[in-house]
Design a protein around this ligand. Sequence first.
Ligand code: ADP
Ligand code: MG
Ligand code: MG
Length: 205
Amino acid sequence: MSAVDAGAWVRDFATLVDENVAELTALDAAIGDADHGTNMQRGMAAAVAALDDSAPGTPGEVCRRTAMVLIRTVGGASGPLFGTFFLRFSDAIDSGSDIADFARAFRAGLDGVIARGKAEPGDKTMVDALGPAADALDEQVADGGSAPEALDAAVAAAEAGRDATTPLVACKGRASYLGERSAGHQDPGATSAALLVRSARRALR
Ligand code: ADP
Ligand code: MG
Ligand code: MG
């Protein structure tokens, strides 16, 4: 992954968040406080503005700057969590590396989200989209899949994981306050996490 690739990923994620801001907010209105779309939109717009200020020279610097902006700009749970994803990703990614390095850094990002938020698979959070994507990337790398194959598999896995959050009862975050009433609604953070994976495919394939 080059610094240009990383910048394209962050910018494309911001674009997808913009395009889906109403859906993300509507999902959060059903089981949260109706701010997930605007939280992510504000954070990613600030991240893009920070990259516009000056172009970082390495993918790690791109992702570290994005992380810091998200943690600083987004008040909700999602800012520190996506921020931690990008921070751990930035520590693990190399310049000029292949899909195996992306998969390893993505796994490091997921591990950071889990360490920070303590969510387990099936808790109806962003982990339910990020986890299957990390698994799909690792499987493709182990099987010798190409970068486009691995990214396609990651998108399919993230979107299936996102869809599978609908029947779940939330065990973490605001939605958990609803208990059983959180069932029957797709998780907003799993939805934005699937957009993060889709933007990686669009930017990196
Ligand atoms: P807030 O809930 O503070 O208003 P957002 O609405 O922006 O923040 O984000 C909500 C999303 O954050 C949820 O849909 C869920 O996916 C994710 N989330 C909340 N708590 C956790 C956690 N502990 N671990 C992982 N993800 C979480
Ligand atoms: Mg919210
Ligand atoms: Mg909130």
